[in-house]
Design a protein around this ligand. Structure first.
Ligand SMILES: [Zn+2]
Length: 447
């Protein structure tokens, strides 16, 4: 199938909407997504779609709109978060909230994470409404606040307090549908799974004393020794179903010896050896993180005076769990590495998500990749971080990461380097193609 091209006027309208959205600074914290939600609401109203603005706290606004179908089939949800992470303007080629277009690229914080999807989804509802598409299911759009700080005031709030507005059979959102070059092949990951989160406080206690007289039970020394054992691959190897399918997908697209090394990653005995053979450090780190639970020490606290041995030392650990595991499994693994000396307290957790790629929707998305890029190869993706998928999944929704954008062959720009990075930008042509394909995907699924 090939998604038809949109008229220039519609492409310009979509680009203008994305630029206007980028120019509204929604850096989180403090987020303040109201203006962005209002902009999208106004754009939807212009085509007769009546949106709702909802907020848990003042100006932490989400926008939800629904295009009614006959109700023969269950609804489809399109979703994007409206907040962005901070940008260090001095490091950028163009100011991060100016939405400058140069050489076919639109620069701006949120250009790919993920105001592009917010603009595309809004356009999809507007265009389906304009063409009077005979929908057999409702199409919902939720532009949500607060994803970058943990989803509480956005998707989690909607799911807890307005579930009927956003409940759907499938949701399409962050992360997927972008070009990932691999040894000449062009992969298009579709997120089906994400790791969960389990943040812990690790604490060691002892007796206070004078710094002039060292003690064996000094909590600073004991905690440091325990954390020293927590290297990136300290926790056991665990290849989940999605991790296997993802690695197989990458292996299938790379020639020898890359495919050989990638497949060895799935071998519990040789996985660590294979990991060391992966030349790119970023790829190596993320593959390693996807094949096990992890816990990264990030915050340390102990003592206030140089000459006083403190009575305790503590660290905060950013723990992430593979699908199938939760805080309990991670805690048990941590106890083995850190030892009985260290007390662990769970601070916060979010469940992992894993959807099956064996569904009509996944096959529908995988087929749409050919329309994005004739050489495109779809691959199911597991991601180490969290997205709005976790809250939405609690309503029984199957969530796939599909916010399509096509990157050119040259210049080679890496999607993952742009994500939260300097000079975040989107290829204008690739954005337009993404919109055309998303519109086609939704139209075919819903009519
Ligand atoms: Zn994001």
């Amino acid at each position: 199938m090939t998604a038809p091209a949109l008229p220039t006027a519609v492409r310009d309208e979509a680009l203008g909407l994305l630029q206007a959205l980028i120019r509204l600074d929604t850096t989180n914290p403090p987020g303040l997504e109201r203006a962005a939600a209002e902009l999208l609401a106004q754009s939807l109203r212009a085509d007769g779609v009546e949106p709702q603005l909802l907020e848990k706290e003042k100006d932490r606004t989400s926008v939800v709109a629904r295009l009614k179908g006959t109700g023969e089939l269950p609804p489809l949800l399109l979703t994007a978060h409206l907040d962005v992470v901070a940008a260090e303007a001095a490091r950028w080629r163009h100011p991060p909230f100016a939405a400058v277009v140069e050489d076919g690229w639109l620069y701006g914080r949120g250009a790919i994470d993920m105001k592009n999807m917010a603009a595309m989804s809004t356009m999809v509802l507007k265009l389906l409404r304009r063409e009077g598409a005979p929908l057999r299911r409702d199409v919902i759009f939720a532009g949500v606040a607060d994803e970058e700080a943990g989803c509480r005031l956005g998707s989690e709030f909607l799911v807890n307090e307005h579930p009927d507005l956003v409940r759907a059979e499938y949701a399409l959102g962050e992360i997927g549908g972008y070009t990932q070059p691999l040894r000449g092949a062009r992969l298009y990951p579709i997120m089906v799974a994400q790791k969960g989160m389990a943040w812990f406080r690790a604490r060691v206690e002892g007796s206070p004393g004078h710094g002039s007289t060292p003690r064996e039970d000094n909590p600073v020394v004991r905690l440091s020794a325990a954390l020293g054992r927590l290297h990136p691959t300290a926790l056991p190897f665990k290849a989940t179903r999605t991790a296997r399918e993802m690695v197989e997908g990458f292996a299938g697209a790379s020639g020898f010896p890359g495919n050989f090394v990638l497949r060895l990653l799935l071998n519990p005995a040789l996985g660590r050896w294979a990991l060391g053979r992966i030349p790119d450090e970023g790829t190596r780190r993320s593959l390693s993180a996807l094949l096990r639970n992890t816990a990264t020490p990030t915050v340390l606290r102990a003592g206030t005076k140089t000459n006083v041995i403190p009575s305790f030392a503590e660290a905060e650990l950013d723990g992430r769990t593979v699908p199938g595991d939760g805080p309990e499994e991670l805690e048990a693994e941590l106890r083995k590495v850190l030892g009985p000396d260290v007390k662990l307290e769970l601070l916060r957790s979010l469940e992992a998500v894993e959807a099956s790629p064996d569904t009509g929707m996944y096959r529908h998305l995988a087929a749409a990749v050919a329309s994005l890029d004739p050489e495109g190869v779809p691959v199911p993706l597991l991601v180490p971080g969290f997205t709005d998928a976790a809250p939405f999944t609690r309503l029984g929704t199957t969530f796939y990461g599909f916010s399509p954008v096509v990157f050119p062959r040259a210049p080679a720009v890496s999607f993952s380097a742009l994500y939260h990075g300097d000079d975040e930008r989107i290829p204008v042509e690739g954005f337009h193609r993404g919109l055309e394909v998303l519109l086609d995907v939704v139209r075919r699924w819903c009519t």
